[in-house]
Design a protein around this ligand. Structure first.
Ligand code: ADE
Ligand code: ZN
Length: 350
């Protein structure tokens, strides 16, 4: 059911959304015109020459990223399309625009507080300065709080397919913006990139007072070992949250550790059902929830995931996990408990 008033009206908290993954076709087209960067589509680099064509390309991307066919995954990977979008972001105003369009959408969906991820290495490696990125984000953040009643804090993610040295360099470049950044995350392509490679920089971030989380994408190679490293020891004692980590439901000892340590989990159902049968997804979500693990529901990269924002992800679990009204409220309470707002802000959100 996609107009359930209970789900529409419930005040929401979103803890897993990549700001770069919120770039709609409309914004992509606008930025390409403004910055005079031609848009192309796919490995064959077909030129996109209008908004309509860009919108159509997104529909095609959306249809194909999740496709099980080897042909489709050869010509398109999610990360190609995602990082191509980065190239369009050039000025402080562009970063402001990206963030503000998300905050406006969040306000409409009744999101009251969020902790968006950003991937600074994907920008600084193109020669964009941290100052340009952070000033743009900050302007949007202040305006969103004042005009839209959407509060936010940023999570800076390291790209795990880049080196640990690069992560450390990025970490140091971000220290002047520490006040804006509540936490540190780890994302991008997980293949053969175990979390422990980044132990040192996570340890440093912990000592400096940052909160910590890490992606463990669904059904990835070595996922159980990656979940174990993140929960058990990343940065010393392990992280406070895991992003995805749905395969923890496969092993009782992982579930027990996550539960005992009070680790929160951010779950993005629309991201999983593009690659896996629903039967593999919703049983696991139910299992984590019923075990009393603090899970919360979020959108991941909504612009690239069939345009499914947090509301639709909530509809999905409502429908497929058969969550009652009370259980839907529990999901939001979980989010308040595992979010990194101050105690005063948490009280205001309750
Ligand atoms: N960065 C942006 N989206 C991501 C995802 N779904 N998994 C890992 N890294 C990402
Ligand atoms: Zn993610």
């Amino acid at each position: 059911q996609t107009n359930d008033p209970f789900v529409v009206d419930i005040p929401k908290i979103e803890l897993h959304v990549h700001i770069e993954g919120t770039m709609t076709p409309e914004l992509r087209w606008k930025l390409s015109q403004k910055n005079k960067i031609p848009l192309t589509c796919g490995a064959d680099k077909i030129a996109l020459t209008s908004l309509e064509e860009t919108q159509k390309a997104y529909t095609c991307i959306r249809g194909r990223i999740g496709a099980a066919s080897a042909e489709a995954s050869k010509s398109f990977t999610f990360f190609q399309i995602y990082y191509e979008g980065f190239d369009l972001l050039q000025s402080e105003e562009d970063y402001y625009d990206l963030a503000m369009r998300y905050f406006e959408r969040a306000a409409k969906l009744n999101v009251r507080y969020c902790e968006p991820f950003f991937d600074p290495q994907g920008h600084t490696r193109r020669g964009i300065s941290m100052e340009v990125i952070m000033k743009g984000f900050q302007k949007a953040q202040i305006e969103a709080e004042r005009e839209l009643n959407v509060k936010s804090q940023w999570i800076m993610c390291f790209l795990r397919d880049m080196s640990p040295e690069s992560a450390t360099e990025q970490y140091e470049a971000a220290l002047p913006y520490k006040d804006m950044i509540v936490g540190i995350g780890l994302d991008s392509d997980e293949l053969d990139r175990p979390p422990k490679l980044f132990d040192e920089v996570f340890r440093r971030a912990r000592e400096d007072g940052f909160r910590r989380t890490s992606h463990c994408d669904f059904n990835q190679k070595d996922t159980h070992e990656h979940i174990r490293q993140v929960a058990e020891s990343l940065g010393g004692p392990g992280t406070e949250r895991i992003d995805h980590g749905l395969n923890a439901a496969d092993q009782d000892d992982l579930m027990n550790m996550i539960k005992e340590k009070g680790i929160g989990m951010t779950i993005c159902p629309c991201a999983y059902i593009r690659h896996a049968p629903e039967s593999e997804v919703f049983v696991r979500i139910r299992k984590l929830f019923d075990a009393g693990i603090k899970i919360t529901i979020a959108s991941d990269d909504p612009a690239y995931m069939e345009d499914n924002w947090v509301l639709h992800n909530l509809y999905m679990v409502r429908d497929k996990c058969k969550f009652t009204d009370q259980e839907m409220v529990r999901l939001q309470r979980n989010a308040i408990e595992i979010c990194w707002a101050s105690d005063d802000e948490k009280a205001a959100l309750s």
